[in-house]
Ligand binder design. Sequence first.
Ligand SMILES: [Zn+2]
Length: 119
Amino acid sequence: MNCLFEEKKTEEGTISEKNQKGKNTTTSVTLYPIQEGYIADTPGFSTFSIEEIESKDLAQYFIEFRPYLKKCEYIDCQHEKEENCAIKKAIEQGKIEKQRYENYLAIKKELRKKEEQKW
Ligand SMILES: [Zn+2]
């Protein structure tokens, strides 16, 4: 984070002598505004404390998905295995980065797992 931004934004840990890996000093989720959205600095690599977001609403939080969301064939399209999904089409056309879509799927999986645990 501190490399991305010129000013010091967050505490850095020292390198562990044991495994030569940096220690993660992030203890809470912080959103840093960037040009086209936010970067979330989180204490985990994939675990998010964003339980207030329901997995079915996740696509709304990917701002570049928004123009396509209402163009899917199914009104409750999850943009996964559905046919005529506008999001998947936009990726094929290079309008949405594939990496972003993969992140979407990964976060969705995490959120679903948490939702299942609640029941
Ligand atoms: Zn879709």
